[in-house]
Design a protein around this ligand. Structure first.
Ligand code: ASP
Length: 341
């Protein structure tokens, strides 16, 4: 009898010890590497159909393979992140480009940024409404202007002058996002705190990519529709270099989450600074910022990051984050929820 009891206690302990981790650190395999995210948030298995899951995995894999093909054939990390991000921007699944969320006024206003760690160049656009792939506009700011960030009509005009494809604003209309706005507005009207939180936190959904190419250069980029129901021209962290995106010779970071917290905590740069000044490894630096600093103050979200050796971190403090990576052997690995650690 006693034996049985002990065995039960042992099993219970074993069960409770089984952790579901939100900090996935993957060792470098050497060679070019790409890591991407499609947004963090309250992404729970019980709210997803097998079809939804399949669609997300497939799109993430498509983006990883396309980016990796560039890296593997000697292309630059900049081209790889642009290619991966454009695939996600063109998909209605993510809150960027085609699937951008709605503002309070019922418009779609997008932000994007890119930073090349090799030469330290950076570009960003904020609050743009008619550019099909905002990441291309951010890249044009970086490569073809003397500025780092452009906003609103001026940014759109610049993109058009750069021959970047423009679409009618209605291109960004999707039923699903409109419903999310309506639900959140209704919840706000009824002042239901729980529902407001539920609809707001449901999924941040930004897309991002960080790549390391054969020349050892890192590039990071992020693109987003921002947060549902945003008002008064609100801009998040995604176009803010150092907050949502950062790359130097040490590492590259792309973030997703509640932008205000990421700006105030200069998240992407904080990870890079910890690595550079305190010699803290990438995974530990990301965990410190996301799982401790941000979590403590209620800043939901996550990052994907790479160091100059090709070590990967995918760390988030929300129930899920669409994410994936591809290394030397060319196999794309994608994830949605916490994984068993
Ligand atoms: N970080 C984005 C923002 O605050 C939202 C997201 O990650 O989905 O605009």
């Amino acid at each position: 009898m006693k034996k049985y009891m002990l065995f039960t206690v042992f099993l219970t302990l074993l069960f409770f010890d089984q952790e579901f981790v939100q900090a996935q650190n993957i060792k470098s395999a050497g060679g070019p590497t790409l890591v991407i995210h499609g947004g963090a948030g309250t992404i729970l298995k019980e709210n997803m159909t097998p079809e939804d899951e399949k669609a997300y995995h497939e799109k993430l894999k498509e983006a990883l393979h396309a980016g990796y093909e560039i890296l593997n054939s000697g292309g630059t990390s900049e081209n790889a992140v642009i290619t991966a991000i454009m695939i996600m921007e063109d998909s209605p699944l993510f809150n960027a480009g085609k699937g951008a969320v709605f503002t309070n006024e019922g418009t779609n206003e997008m932000d994007a940024s890119i930073m090349n760690g090799g030469d330290g160049s950076a570009g960003a656009v904020a609050g743009i409404k008619t550019i099909k792939n905002p990441i291309l506009a951010a890249q044009a700011v970086k490569n073809n202007s003397e500025h780092v960030m452009m906003a609103g009509n001026g940014a759109e005009q610049f993109a058009v002058d750069q021959n970047i494809e423009r679409v009618d604003a209605s291109y960004f209309y999707t039923e699903r996002r409109k419903k999310q706005l309506d639900n959140l507005k209704e919840a706000e009207k009824a002042n239901e705190e729980g529902s407001i939180k539920q609809w707001r936190d449901y999924k941040y959904g930004t897309v991002g990519a960080v790549a390391l190419d054969k020349n050892g250069n890192i590039c990071a980029a992020t693109s987003t529709g921002g947060m549902t129901n945003k008002k008064y021209g609100r801009i998040g962290d995604a176009p803010v270099i150092g907050a949502g995106t950062f790359a130097n010779k040490t590492c590259g970071v792309s973030a997703t989450g509640h932008g205000e917290y990421f700006i105030r905590n200069v998240v992407a740069y904080d990870i890079a600074a910890m690595m550079e000044y305190k010699k803290i490894p990438l995974g530990a630096a990301a965990e410190n910022v996301i799982m401790e600093k941000l979590k403590r103050i209620g800043g939901g979200g996550g990052v994907v990051a790479l160091d100059s050796n090709g070590n990967i971190s995918m760390t988030f403090n929300t129930p899920g984050m669409y994410r994936g990576y591809i290394q030397k052997e060319g196999k794309a690995r994608t994830y949605i929820y916490k994984i068993e650690g």
